[in-house]
Design a protein around this ligand. Structure first.
Ligand code: HEM
Length: 347
């Protein structure tokens, strides 16, 4: 069940950090950050890390679901379009582990099923049965259909709405249980520009917001990537969750404890319902695995050097950068005595 390893994406290989849309057509354009260059069409990535995502989401749910999830002016039409898409696609991409018959969603890995009301978001008739990962969700009561589906998926879910008359857009729903140092409550109800204003260097992208939102709703689906270096592999970095080593003032760079965090994000529009689904799937790779050759170390160093000081600060890298770059430069120049690049330096 979901036994294949997580795909490795290396978006830094371009050698430059960009705050830009970077949209690829899902199912049509190949993603250059995959080693195999394969064209990918999936929304949900079900792999060996599945249990880890469910466990982390359940912990967040128990701690304070309302800090991670909510709605703001979500219309019944957009709710229905989004939930129907998530239920159908998650089941279709699960290799038979999950099923959806238009009313009931069942997950044979987590050992639960429920009837979902798509228009009003109800979840009823929850039943549980013996299954490999049933213990992970044993104590959890899903509160809405979006909550139930979100707990079944590794991806975080967000819904963008746009008013067909006035054209203004806003974040109409969020079920984001693995946020990377942001609070979904700060974003609910806000438009694209307000959501992205804290991102250093987001001015040019924000200036094109109406066109981006239009593309996301009416053309697509799309996939895009965000990346950064983190000092912990925890999935949930909600600002008010228990702090850890990542972005703690005293944490220094250590190649053995550093990670590359990549977020794979998909965008699927529902034009008649005036909105779109945004999914976020984090991948957290040990840095030594993600940067295993000089050919990988050099573009990561170049990409980090292309950040402005404001972007370095925004990405939480200010206290790490000198040592991180020192390590990458070493990796980037290492040679074996025979002239071959060293893949196993102990430095
Ligand atoms: C066309 C769709 C979108 C594009 C092109 C886009 C682009 C970006 C980019 C370039 C960044 C900076 C990434 C970095 O850290 O290097 C970013 C950050 C972010 N995006 Fe988006 N984004 C899109 C949709 C959304 C949506 C729908 C949400 C709603 C939840 C969202 C939430 C965020 C958040 C929360 C951040 C971090 C902001 C913070 O630190 O407070 N994005 N986005």
């Amino acid at each position: 069940m979901f036994s294949h390893p997580p795909t490795v994406y290396r978006p830094f290989m371009e050698g430059v950090y960009r705050v830009s849309a970077g949209l690829f057509r899902l199912g049509a354009q190949s993603v250059p950050w995959r080693e195999d260059g394969q064209v990918e069409g999936h929304t949900f990535a079900l792999d060996r890390d599945y249990a880890r995502f469910v466990a982390s989401k359940v912990a967040a749910h128990r701690r304070a679901l309302h800090e991670y999830a909510g709605e703001a002016g979500l219309t019944p039409e957009l709710r229905e379009a989004t939930l129907a898409f998530v239920a159908r696609t998650l089941a279709a991409e699960s290799g038979g582990v999950m099923t959806w018959d238009g009313r009931r969603f069942t997950n044979r890995a987590l050992g639960w099923g429920a009837d979902l009301g798509l228009r009003w978001g109800s979840v009823e008739g929850l039943t549980r049965f013996g299954a490999p990962l049933a213990s992970l969700v044993a104590g959890v009561t899903p509160l809405t259909a979006l909550d139930f589906l979100g707990l079944n998926a590794p991806e975080d879910l967000a819904v963008i709405a746009r008013d067909p008359q006035e054209g203004r857009d806003w974040l109409a729903a969020a079920h984001v249980l693995s946020p990377q140092h942001w609070d979904p409550r700060d974003k609910l109800g806000r438009d694209f520009v307000a959501v992205h204003t804290p991102v250093a260097g987001s001015g040019p992208m924000n200036a094109t917001a109406p066109r981006l939102v239009e593309a996301v709703i009416t053309r697509g689906p799309f996939v895009r990537f965000a990346w950064g270096v983190a000092m912990s592999d925890r999935l949930d970095h909600h600002p008010v969750a228990l702090p850890d080593e990542d972005r703690a003032g005293e944490t220094r760079f250590d190649p053995n404890r550093a990670f590359l965090r990549v977020e794979r994000q998909t965008l699927t529009g529902f034009p008649p319902a005036h909105g779109a689904l945004f999914t976020i799937r984090p991948y957290v790779y040990p840095l030594r695995g993600a940067v295993a050759t000089p050919e990988q170390a050099r573009p990561l160093a170049a990409a980090l050097r292309s950040m402005t000081p404001e972007q370095v600060a925004y990405k939480g890298l200010t206290p790490l950068l000198p040592d991180l770059l020192g390590w990458l430069d070493e990796q980037g120049t290492l040679k074996e005595p025979g002239g071959q690049a060293a893949l196993h330096s102990g430095t």
